[in-house]
Design a protein around this ligand. Sequence first.
Ligand code: SAM
Ligand code: SF4
Length: 330
Amino acid sequence: MSEQLIDPFGRRITYLRLSVTDRCDFRCTYCMSEDMQFAPRSQILSLEELYNVADAFIGLGVKRIRITGGEPLVRKNLLSLLNRLGARSELEDLAITTNGSQLHNQAQLLREAGVKRLNISLDSLQRERFAAFTRRDQLTQVLAGIEAARSAGFSKIKLNSVVQKGRNDDEVIELLEFAMARGMDISFIEEMPLGSISSHQREQTFCSSDDVRQLIEQRYDLVRSSKLTGGPSRYWQVVGSATQVGFISPHSHNFCGDCNRVRVTAEGKLVLCLGHENALDLKGLMRRYPGDTERLRSAIAESLRLKPERHHFAVEEQVQVLRFMSVTGG
Ligand code: SAM
Ligand code: SF4
C-alpha cells in the first residue's frame, strides 16, 4: 500500500496515539477532577473498532502506535487487541503509556503480546506526595509494577514526570537518579492547560523545562541527543550514564514544525493536534458503514487537510482546550 498521510504543510504522519479508554483508576490532579464524568460505554470504541482504526492507519503508512488513555491497562481484554497489533509486521513500534498500577501482574503479558516500549508515569517517590498527585495511595504498587516491567525485558522503559513548582520540583534529581540506577530514560513534562481543574492554579505551579534542565545541570552534565521523535520531547544524554532525559515543553518550545502524529480518542474522534479542537468522528463513520475499510481510510486521509500548522498554549490562560488529557490520550 503506497498511500501515505501527508498534511498541507508537508508533514508525513507515521505515528498514531490510540486511546483505548477515558477511564482511569487514578485521579491525577492535573489531569482529572475527582468526580469525572466518563463517556457511556456504548460511546467508547469496541476492541474490534479500535483494531479497525489502527489497521486503517497502518494501511496509510503509520509505523508506530502508542496505546494510551485514560489508563489503558484498565480496559478489559486489552491484551486481545495488543496481540493482534503485535502481530502486524508493518509496525516498527508498539508502545504503551501507563500509570503503572496494573503492571505488577500485566507486564509480562504485554511483552509477550509484542509491546516493545513502556512509558510509566511517576511524579514522586514520596508516598504522601504521590497520593496527593494521583489522589490514590498506590506508590508501592506502582514501584512493584516498574520492577515487573524491568524483569519482563522491554527494549526501553521511560518514566514521565509532570513537574510542578513547590510540589515536586525538589525531587527532580531523585527521580532522575531513580531512572539512572535502573537504566531507564525519564521525561520531565510541563503541565498543559487541558481541561478545567480546581486543585491548583496552573500559573503558580508552572515549572518550565528550562528550569528543570538547569536544576539537573547543577549536578550532571547533559549533552544534546540526536534522538528526534517528531513529538514535543527533546532529549539529552546524561554524560557517563545510559539514561536519556527528555523535556516535554509544549509551552516553552515550539515542536510543531516536525509533528508526525495524530491521536484517536477512546470515543473515536481523530484529533489532529493536541492544542486544537479540530476532530473527525471516526466512530460515527464506522458505525454507519461497518466494514467499509476504504471509506475509513479515505476519511482519515482527507481529514489531514484540517491539521493545523501549530498550536498556541499560554500558561496564563486556564483552559484553552476543553478536552482533558485523559480524553485525548497523552
Ligand atoms: N494513564 C496513563 C498515564 O498516566 O501514564 C496514560 C494517559 S496520561 C493522560 C498520559 C500522560 O499525560 C501522563 O504522563 C500524564 O502525566 C500526562 N498528563 C496528563 N495531564 C496532563 C497535563 N495537563 N499536562 C501535562 N501532562 C499531562
Ligand atoms: Fe489517569 Fe494518567 Fe490522567 Fe493520571 S495522568 S488521571 S493516571 S489518565
